[in-house]
Design a protein around this ligand. Sequence first.
Ligand code: PMV
Length: 340
Amino acid sequence: MSVTARSTPNIALIKYWGNRDDSLRLPAADSLSMTLDSPSVEITVDHADVLTVQSFEADGSEKSLKAKDITRFARHLELTKKYVQFLAEASPLPANVSITIRSQIPSSIGLASSAAVFGCLAKAYAGLIGVAVTTPSSMTLTDEQISVIARMGSGSAARSIYGGFAALLKGDGDAMGTSHAVQIADENHWPLHDIVIVPTQKEKDVGSTEGHALAWTSPHYKKRLDQIMRRQKECTDAILAKDFEKLQRVTEEDCWDMHNVMQTSAPPLKYLNDETYRITDAIEELREREHLPILYTMDAGPTVHVICTEEAVKTVREFAHALQGCTIFETKTGSGAILL
Ligand code: PMV
């Protein structure tokens, strides 16, 4: 019997960058994000004789996957089986599965789809385990356990399991399950908008999987790790207290710090471009002029996420749509991964 799940991307406020174990994606530090309500990805998994992965774009056309993408799914399935076996002392996951991905995430908007994809796949695997009620080894996974499965595919995906605001905790030691995500506050706590401004649609040269491995080569990385716990706490406090000014300060501080690490790694990773700096300067001016709660942040790409409250969204929308040559995508705080 097949199982289908749906998930969405998240935007990191405290960034995950660098692992202490790249193969298990055990992060070197905690991170924190807001789950978005769109665009979504749906994944159907079913028992199969061999592993197959098919991916379809929003217009229904099939996307050709690279060999390295298939390898990533195969490795993720092996890790998931190992983890579930460790939890249950018997693996209720089939030896092989068929994976069908239907993504509404336009490849042009620069929103990391891997978080949505692996969040969705983890939820679907949990569903497949849950419906195997006829086998003595069937079990119900907790959200924390599902977040571990998501993390092993894409670190940031662990946070997309939850709605609202979620933290990925680094955990201790080298066990697969030591690093999992937790919810800080649900999607009704503080609805915020994220107006996504995409200055370029060029695919990046170095993906985040390769990028994480370079973090340690930056002379600024150790200092970044020393600062993260303090920032994580400030960010959590700001969210719980709905203190936008505090959230803005810590989010932008952490964003620039991550990009400083990226730009000083060997080789340097320059994800931002001139347009990014032009947009962030303009947002700073806008914020000062209008005295509005607006913040910006960028992941591994030139796309600028402009996060604001209801009070500021009209102004931010007008600002974004007036920019020449940019693609704009509007999203807001969402509820995490679900089984359909
Ligand atoms: O989950 P990954 O391996 O694609 O890494 C995501 C890294 C950033 O987007 C730059 C930061 C984050 O925490 O999402």
